[in-house]
Ligand binder design. Structure first.
Ligand code: LCV
Ligand code: LCV
Length: 263
């Protein structure tokens, strides 16, 4: 039985829980295994009354996370971002975790990892950190609650630029738009992030936890008629049943640029 190296490192000190993504070989891709370990760590943090969590990668990393594990995307005909998808589970766990989660970002953030960072409560990044929303790079039909994460974090024009261009956007630009809370040099970002975490741990955890849950509910309070939802799901099905969707996955696996034909 092959021994699976842990994909993350987690620790607790002074009521601050730290999760370090630690699967460099696959650029911290959000695989089912890695997400499972993050979910277990958050559950342990809750049991140990952690009052603030920090989600980071190894110091000085080039790629914070390459996003959804493309090798785990279903072949055409199945919703690639259904309820039980690891990325969807990760987003819900971060949003439901009863204490603030600070995303400490160094390096590049891709696809579902971009949404993961935006689903955290505060974002601290180095100036050269970049964020790329990539569904359009892989012909993936992103899902409704996933797009709402982008819309809650960014003005619709910025969300559209990120999603339609799929290009990396620097943290410094996102800070100017209030999407990233703080930009700190690589030498300061750790001390700054833990300082922020400690400030939070000094405040009343029950008050913070109930405000976080209220803000989650308010941010998600969007009416959508069942008819609209069904129409959107039908439109998404056209995308994940398309040959473009399969081309996106094959091109990634073949390490070549995809050629999309619009069907
Ligand atoms: C699995 C990977 C990945 C990966 N999955 O290193 O948002 S959506 O809708 O798009 C959603 C579906 C989603 O999140 O899709 C994934 C979006 N992510 C991306 O488009 C980024 C894909 N990765 C890259 O562009 C490069 O890997 C970066 C720029 C992140 C790093 O480039 P670098 O040259 O440093 P490699 O590309 O050589 O990757 C090292 C190993 O990690 C695997 C990749 O297949 C390779 O594995 P092998 O050594 O076995 O070949 N890997 C990278 N990203 N998302 N596996
Ligand atoms: C009654 C006061 C107050 C006061 N109430 O002067 O947003 S929520 O959920 O928190 C909501 C419930 C809320 O708004 O809660 C209150 C939030 N406010 C604060 O936390 C600020 C509390 N006040 C202070 O930190 C200090 O008073 C400041 C920094 C504002 C001023 O300091 P300074 O040294 O100039 P004192 O603290 O000596 O206050 C002078 C007098 O005003 C009373 C205080 O009790 C004192 O009265 P006595 O002279 O009778 O001792 N006082 C100040 N704030 N929110 N009373």
């Amino acid at each position: 039985m092959p021994i699976i190296e842990p994909r993350i490192i987690s620790r607790i000190a002074d009521a601050v829980g730290t999760i370090t993504l630690n699967h460099e070989a696959k650029r911290n891709a959000l695989s089912e295994t890695l997400v499972g370990e993050v979910v277990d760590a958050l559950a342990e943090f809750q049991r140990r009354d952690v009052r603030c969590a920090i989600l980071r990668a190894a110091p000085g990393v080039k790629v914070w996370s390459a996003g959804h594990d493309v090798s785990e995307l279903p072949e055409g005909g199945k919703d690639p971002l259904g309820w039980r998808d690891p990325l969807r589970q990760l987003i819900r766990e971060l949003e439901n975790f009863p204490a603030p989660v600070i995303a400490l970002i160094e390096g590049s953030v891709w696809g579902g990892a971009c949404e993961t960072v935006l689903a955290c409560d505060l974002i601290v990044a180095t100036p050269d950190a970049t964020f790329a929303a990539t569904p359009a790079r892989h012909s993936v039909p992103y899902n409704v609650s996933g797009l709402l994460t982008f819309l809650n974090a960014a003005h619709i024009h910025i969300a559209k630029e990120m999603l339609f261009t799929a290009q990396p956007i620097p943290a410094s630009r996102l800070e100017r738009m209030g999407i990233v809370n703080h930009v700190c040099s690589a030498g300061e970002i750790e001390a700054f992030s833990y300082g922020l975490a400690r400030t939070i741990t000094q405040n009343a955890p029950l008050s913070i936890s109930v405000m976080k849950e209220q803000l989650r509910i308010l941010a998600g309070a969007h009416t959508m008629s069942p008819q609209d939802f069904e129409r959107i799901q039908g439109l998404r099905r056209v995308v994940y049943n398309s040959s473009d969707y399969n081309e996106g996955i094959s091109a990634f696996k073949a390490k070549r640029k995809p050629v999309f034909r619009g069907h």
